[in-house]
Design a protein. Structure first.
Length: 302
């Protein structure tokens, strides 16, 4: 019967069309809500005000990532959405209110974001100028401190008197702290120069000074340690003397001074001090051998 077949075809067509419409509405709803969530996130990011160069870098990365995701939706999904909505209109399939609201809200966001981007850009111009000005001040202060470090290093290399160990060790600690601080700040300055696309400064001299001064800093630290410890070790009585611990310490000292002597080639005054200290430690090490014999039971009884 043709009428029955016709009714079955119409019913089947209606079922398939309803399923097709459900698919269209699901796609429109999901895509709109995804885009709205990204727009909302971007809006919040644009309302933030970075207070440091690191926050500025994070702000730039976050906004660029969100804008890239939204451009992908505009390029790939929005044309599809327009086609599906045209199909819906052509066949008079009304969208659900929630779906229509989501699509409408999504299409209103670009204008709001455009205004927010313009306002954010204006605000960031002033903040960037402050960041760059602060960066230039940091570079100037770093240059000044580096010049101070050079002067302190040159003075330290002129010290060689054994009796100056305490003063020299204190200056060596100050130099080590200053160079370490300069190295940390130079890396921060370099990072900020990269963030603001400013030509990089050359701070390689700091690492060179750290390497150059390491042996002299070590020799004065060890000299001070030796000057402070040697009298206590020499004056210790047998009943409190830790001979094994003392021997281990002396071996470590002698090895350290031997290494430092080699490292100080080209610096005669501090190298002379290191040799003297190595010799004194060697003599003391030899004395410990006799101390060990004197501490033997046979000698104690006599």
């Amino acid at each position: 019967d043709c009428a029955l077949v016709k009714r079955q075809l119409i019913a089947s067509r209606s079922v398939h069309m309803d399923r097709y419409m459900v698919h269209i509405q699901d796609y429109l709803d999901a895509t709109s809500r995804k885009a709205c969530a990204l727009y909302e996130q971007l809006w919040k990011e644009l309302s933030r005000r970075p207070g440091t160069p690191e926050q500025y870098e994070a702000f730039q990365e976050a906004t660029e990532k969100l804008l890239a995701e939204l451009r992908a939706i505009e390029d790939e999904d929005v044309p599809k959405m327009k086609r599906w909505m045209a199909v819906s209109e052509q066949f008079r399939w009304p969208l659900d209110d929630a779906v229509f609201s989501a699509v409408y809200t999504m299409r209103r966001w670009p204008l709001r974001i455009k205004s927010a981007l313009e306002a954010s850009d204006k605000q960031l111009v002033g903040e960037m100028a402050e960041f760059v000005a602060a960066l230039k001040r940091d570079r100037d202060v770093l240059q000044f401190d580096l010049a101070q470090a050079r002067q302190m290093i040159e003075k330290l290399f002129t010290l060689h008197d054994y009796d100056q160990a305490e003063i020299a060790a204190g200056r060596a600690r100050q130099i080590a702290q200053l160079l370490g601080d300069c190295l940390t700040r130079s890396r921060r300055v370099a990072k900020h120069e990269h963030i603001f696309n400013i030509p990089r400064s050359d701070w390689s001299e700091i690492e060179m000074l750290v390497e150059r001064t390491a042996p002299i800093i070590d020799v004065w630290r060890m000299a001070h340690d030796w000057v402070q410890t040697h009298p206590r070790l020499s004056d210790s009585t047998f009943d409190v003397l830790d001979l094994q611990g003392m021997q281990s310490k002396v071996v470590a000292w002698r090895q350290a001074f031997r290494i430092t002597v080699r490292a100080l080639r080209g610096y005669p005054l501090p190298q002379q001090l290191a040799r003297r200290l190595e010799l004194e430690v060697a003599v003391f090490q030899h004395q410990l051998v006799w101390v060990g014999k004197l501490m033997g039971n046979g000698v104690r009884v006599r």
